[in-house]
Design a protein around this ligand. Structure first.
Ligand SMILES: [Zn+2]
Length: 444
């Protein structure tokens, strides 16, 4: 007899991910094998992908060709993974400035998907990904969920939606037994969502760390005890006390995973917990110190190379997060690289007019596709009073600012007073980070 999982893998998933479902499943089957590869096999798989990518960008992507020529690195010189270090690290700003020279114009528009990111840096970036990297990232996230015990077809819930979901989106979700709820809701709305969750009985619940903590705190306050086998936390650093309360209140096993919009999921926690495995099959991840020298077992800047994206290659991309790379082999036996921690994804909480706590990631997600506002910072002086600092660029249009104010009021309360301050430059913190959300309310 055909199992439910077989049906999902071979038919339903292809309808759900109609653009690349078949590819996702093909990659997923490979990833379930490669996660048990010996270290040498993993590195050799990375090197062959890297060589192929470098050969391609040298011929097709002017930005990288020029950089390779300048640094005298030619495709035939890439003989080890370390050779990539002869190329410079690139920042979000450089990608923005060289956008037209990084975009691959040869790939059909049917095989790409455009996206926007703001992240914790508050610098919006438009990016393009091809279906191969999308399918690979999709398969990696599915593999991570399988590590936690999920199987295709099980009911699952997400508290991640920003904006109104489309009708098509809703149908697709039902197909795969996914149930989405808004990322940010008032306490009253959240209690209704919790009621829904009791009915759906999801195998897993996924949201942002601060949001999960907020829901767990609300459950604690209202003496609601849920029983959800698995909770996935993402988007922000999950602090130990947050994990503890979420585990207790949901009676759940908590798994953290790390990703960014530009490359998709990067690392996933396994059942050993407190550590994550890098998806080496997709990402070449480096951690470097302030002199751009590689470091192990100590914090440094995370540098990413997406081995699958040929539509807009990210090679040695400084994503803006810091982390600690480990040389340990995980107890689970997988020899995929171990990432001990990811920092730099924290921010202050805002308080809405009706007393709800708004996680900073909601602000970052809401404003990820700004065009004429180069950088922004939301500073809460007190409840109901915000200073919005903006740094404009040549694409600035007053209607964009008007929209931004409208969305801020929508989140924080319509009676919120917002004072806009135009700046020549919004400076980073002493540690070189940009903060999009700052609260000056003492208790937070
Ligand atoms: Zn492990």
């Amino acid at each position: 007899m055909l199992s439910i999982e077989f049906l999902y893998k071979n038919f339903i998933y292809s309808v759900y991910q109609y653009k690349f479902g078949y590819l996702s499943m093909k990659y997923f089957n490979f990833l379930r094998k490669s996660e048990r590869f010996k270290r040498e096999e993993i590195l050799s798989c990375q090197l062959s992908k890297l060589k192929r990518l470098m050969e391609y960008v040298y011929i097709n992507i002017p930005f990288y060709r020029e950089s390779m020529k300048r640094n005298k690195v030619y495709p035939e010189n890439i003989n080890s993974l370390d050779d990539i270090r002869r190329l410079p690290i690139i920042t979000k700003d450089e990608i923005r400035k060289n956008y037209s020279k990084i975009i691959n114009k040869k790939i059909s528009r049917f095989k790409i998907r455009k996206g926007h990111t703001g992240g914790s840096t508050g610098i919006p970036l438009q990016y393009v990904r091809d279906i191969y990297t999308l399918a690979m990232a999709d398969a990696i996230i599915l593999r991570g969920r399988y590590w936690a015990g999920y199987r295709l077809g099980m009911p699952s819930a997400f508290l991640k939606t920003v904006g109104r979901p489309t009708f098509k989106g809703k149908i697709r979700e039902r197909l795969i037994n996914f149930h989405s709820f808004p990322a940010f809701s008032s306490e009253k709305e959240l209690l209704k969502i919790l009621d829904h969750l009791l009915k759906i009985k999801p195998f897993f619940l996924e949201s942002y760390a601060t949001n999960l903590f907020r829901v767990a705190s609300l459950c604690y306050k209202n003496k609601i005890k849920l029983s959800i086998p698995v909770v996935f936390s993402t988007g922000e650093k999950l602090l130990p006390h947050q994990r503890e309360l979420i585990e207790f209140q949901f009676n759940a096993e908590v798994f953290d995973y790390y990703g960014c919009n530009e490359t998709g999921v990067i690392a996933f926690e396994c059942k050993e917990h407190h550590t994550m495995h890098v998806a080496d099959e997709h990402i070449l991840l480096e951690v470097v110190d302030e002199y751009n020298q590689p470091v192990i077992n100590q914090p440094g800047n995370i540098i990413l190379t997406d081995l699958d994206n040929y539509a807009m290659p990210f090679i040695r991309y400084q994503v803006g997060d810091t982390g600690i790379l480990s040389d340990r082999i995980c107890e689970c036996g997988r020899e995929l690289t171990v990432l001990d921690s990811v920092e730099g994804r924290t921010g202050d909480m805002l308080i809405t007019s009706d007393g709800n706590i708004l996680p900073p990631i909601i602000i970052n997600t809401t404003f990820r596709n700004l065009r004429g506002i180069e950088r922004y910072q939301v500073i809460q002086k007190k409840v109901g009073y915000i200073i919005l600092r903006i740094q404009k660029n040549e694409l600035f249009d007053p209607s964009e600012l008007k929209q931004m104010l409208f969305k801020l009021k929508n989140l924080l309360g319509y009676d919120t007073e917002i004072y806009v301050k135009e700046e020549q430059y919004i400076e980073p913190t002493r540690r070189g980070k940009f903060r999009t959300v700052i609260s000056e309310i003492k208790s937070h």
